[in-house]
Design a protein around this ligand. Structure first.
Ligand code: HPA
Length: 284
C-alpha cells in the first residue's frame, strides 16, 4: 500500500490483478495458519498466486507460512485460501496484516474460515486438540480499524456481539459430527507475541476466561466483521501454553503437531465448507 492509497484502493487493485488469473468467484475464504497450509495443496483445479506477485500483499517471514493465495474447489465449492499470513509481530501495521482477509472478501467470499496454531490453556486438553473459537480477547493493543474509518468498507463502530457467526459455528459442529473429528470449543486470546507467554501471563489469561492463546486471528476477524463477512475460526492446539505442562515451547513443535492433524483438519474443513455452501445464498 502506498502512502496515498486507502485500504479499499489497495484491495481493489489487488482484486483486479487476481481476477485476471482466476475466473471462478470464491464462495468461502480460508486463512491457513502455522503448519496448516497443506490443505490448499489438495484443492481441485488448484491455481496458486505467490504473495510476492501481489504488490501490497504483506509477505510472512515465518517458517510454516508458504505465502500463496490459492484458488480451487472443495467438492465443487469454489474457495480461496491464504496459505500463510502476516503477523503484527513481524512489524506489519495492523491494517496491513488484514489485507489478505479483506482481499478474499472483495473477491466475493461471503464466509471466511480462519485457522491458527495456539497454545492450550485448558488443563484437561492436550497438544493436537482442535478447538472451535466461539469468541476472542484482543489483547494485542492494536486494531486494524484504528485511524480514519473507510466508510466504503464498513461502519466506524462495528458490532462484535456475534463476531464468530452462529450458523458458521453450527456448521462446524455438524462437520465434526459427520467426520468423527473431536472438536473442542473455547475463547481465543490474541496477543502480540513474538515471545510465547510467561506462565504468569497464562494464569492471567485463564482468569480472563481464555481456553487458548495465539498471535494472530483477532485482527482478521475484526476486519472481516467490519466488512459484514460471516466468520468462523478454529485453533489447532499445538502445545499446552507456558507453565501448563513442564515442557519448554518452540516453533518446531508447533509445526510438527499441526502436521500430525493435517488429515483430520482436511476432512473437518472440507465438511465445514460444504456445509456452509449448502446453507448460504448463492452469489448473484
Ligand atoms: N502461545 C502463543 N501462540 C502460540 C502458541 C502459544 O503457546 N502456540 C502456538 N502459537
Amino acid at each position: 500500500m502506498t502512502a496515498r492509497e486507502s485500504v479499499s484502493q489497495t484491495i481493489d487493485k489487488l482484486a483486479n490483478v487476481v481476477k485476471n488469473g482466476v475466473s471462478a468467484i470464491p464462495r468461502v475464504g480460508l486463512v491457513l495458519g502455522s503448519g496448516l497450509g497443506s490443505f490448499a495443496d489438495g484443492l481441485e483445479e488448484l491455481v496458486k498466486i505467490p504473495y510476492q506477485m501481489l504488490d501490497g500483499m504483506p509477505v510472512s517471514t515465518v517458517v510454516g507460512h508458504a505465502g500463496n493465495l490459492c484458488f480451487g474447489k472443495v467438492q465443487g465449492v469454489s474457495v480461496v485460501c491464504m496459505q500463510g499470513r502476516a503477523h503484527l509481530y513481524e512489524g506489519h501495521a495492523p491494517e496491513a496484516v488484514v489485507t489478505g482477509a479483506r482481499l478474499m472478501a472483495r473477491l466475493g467470499a461471503t464466509h471466511v474460515l480462519i485457522t491458527n496454531a495456539a497454545g492450550g490453556i485448558e488443563t484437561s486438553w492436550a497438544a493436537g486438540d482442535l478447538m472451535l473459537i466461539t469468541d476472542h480477547l484482543n489483547l494485542t493493543g492494536a486494531s486494524p480499524l484504528s485511524g480514519p474509518n473507510d466508510d466504503t468498507l464498513g461502519p466506524r463502530f462495528p458490532d462484535m456481539t456475534r463476531a464468530y457467526d452462529l450458523e458458521v459455528q453450527a456448521a462446524a459442529r455438524q462437520a465434526a459430527r459427520s467426520t468423527g473429528v473431536v472438536l473442542r470449543e473455547g475463547i481465543y486470546a490474541g496477543l502480540l507475541g513474538p515471545t510465547y507467554e510467561t506462565p504468569a501471563e497464562v494464569r492471567m489469561l485463564r482468569i480472563l476466561g481464555a481456553q487458548a492463546v495465539g498471535m494472530s486471528t483477532v485482527h482478521e476477524v475484526i476486519a472481516l466483521r467490519h466488512m459484514g463477512i460471516k466468520v468462523g475460526a478454529l485453533s489447532c492446539i499445538t502445545n499446552m501454553a507456558a507453565g501448563i505442562s513442564n515442557e519448554l515451547l518452540h516453533h518446531g513443535e508447533v509445526e510438527e503437531i499441526a502436521r500430525t492433524r493435517r488429515e483430520d483438519l482436511k476432512r473437518l474443513l472440507s465438511a465445514w465448507i460444504v456445509g456452509i455452501a449448502g446453507t448460504k445464498e448463492e452469489p448473484a
